[in-house]
Design a protein around this ligand. Structure first.
Ligand SMILES: Nc1nc2c(ncn2[C@@H]2O[C@H](COP(=O)(O)OP(=O)(O)OP(=O)(O)O)[C@@H](O)[C@H]2O)c(=O)[nH]1
Ligand SMILES: [Mg+2]
Ligand SMILES: [Zn+2]
Length: 313
């Protein structure tokens, strides 16, 4: 008999996918490939996808992904679909964060209607920086956790947030640069995971790309209504020149902390990029400490790239 069931892609590696499905009240995992059309770049299966499996129980191993069900959203980095919550992880030092990359991730999450949450790791190495970064993102209106997997600081608070928010099919992911401690923190939250971690390189103070693939973990594996959380490979660059994330016109709406000042600049067509604090309400707000200067700098940097892209077209 040939029949179809639905499941969720929890891992994808070299064209082989792992699917978690619920059948007759129990959960089952399938390892399978996708049908031809779903290998093409524009229609590729992503971790987090809800899919339809075609199963022919006369022939063992004849399970195939026959269809990708409608997506809420899809990201390029980390390559995932249907995210509800994105934990953006940055370390105080080793590696020092690039706030522009953090802000780009935030903007992409906003644009995809994904709830962003910031996690600052390695507070044990530099508590002053931890508080500085926390202030920037608290001011911007985001939830922020300061943690240390070394001392255990903040782990209970993150765990309480996860227990409360990630259930009933909610899907979350940890994202951020290599070496910030994503896998280490996930291990602290869920000791059963036993994910591989590695020291960062001393010479270049960069992570070693220890996690190599995106994998989604069911938080209560025995429960069909579980939430999911993903560990993802670290990345250092989010390239707006090369990839399309959103348009210049959409940029402003991805920085919600700038929104209160819209319409208050001297000129209606103010781009908030080069104007003086006298003319631009957003520049003024940054000077007065109502907006973090680094946030405005990131906005301006993305603006310039998207603007240049528009002119080149
Ligand atoms: N001092 C200190 N070290 C930490 C902390 N969290 C993680 N580390 C260390 O940082 C190094 C990198 O941790 P990982 O968990 O492998 O980092 P990752 O973000 O998963 O890196 P990728 O998988 O490469 O993306 C390891 O040596 C950890 O022990 C922390 O809170 N404090
Ligand atoms: Mg890792
Ligand atoms: Zn302005």
């Amino acid at each position: 008999m040939i029949y179809q069931i639905q499941g969720k892609v929890v891992k994808g590696l070299g064209g082989l996918y792992e699917i978690r499905a619920t059948e007759n009240g129990g959960t089952r995992r399938f390892s399978c490939r996708a049908k031809g059309a779903l290998h093409r770049e524009e229609a590729k299966v992503l971790v987090g996808d809800n899919v339809e499996l075609k199963i022919d129980d006369a022939t063992p191993d004849s399970v195939v992904i026959s269809q990708i069900l409608e997506r809420k959203n899809a990201l390029i980095r980390p390559p995932m679909a249907n995210l509800d919550i994105l934990f953006i992880v940055l370390a105080t030092v080793k590696p020092a964060p690039v706030l522009e990359t953090v802000d780009k991730l935030l903007a992409i999450a906003e644009h995809s209607s994904i709830r962003p949450v910031l996690i600052i790791t390695k507070a044990d190495l530099d508590i002053k920086s931890a508080e500085e970064y926390a202030d920037i993102y608290t001011l911007a209106g985001y939830p922020v956790f300061i943690t240390s997997s070394e001392t255990g600081e903040g782990i209970d608070a993150v765990k309480a947030f996860v227990d409360k928010e990630i259930r009933g099919g909610i899907t979350a992911a940890f994202a951020g640069a290599s070496g910030v401690g994503k896998s280490t923190l996930l291990n602290a939250l869920f000791p059963n995971l036993a994910l591989a971690t590695a020291e960062i390189s001393h010479k270049i103070e960069r992570g070693k790309h220890t996690t190599r693939h995106v994998e989604l973990y069911a938080i209560s594996p025995e429960n069909s209504d579980t939430g999911y959380i993903a560990d993802t490979p670290g990345f250092s660059l989010i390239d707006f020149e090369r990839f399309h994330f959103f348009t210049l016109e959409e940029l402003f709406s991805t920085f919600p902390d700038l929104a209160p000042y819209i319409g208050k600049c001297q000129y209606a067509d103010c781009a908030h990029v080069g104007e003086s604090a006298r003319e631009c309400a957003i520049a003024r707000a940054a000077e007065e400490g109502k907006i973090a200067p680094t946030r405005l700098a990131s906005y301006r940097s993305i603006y310039r790239v998207l603007k240049a892209k528009n002119e080149y077209k």
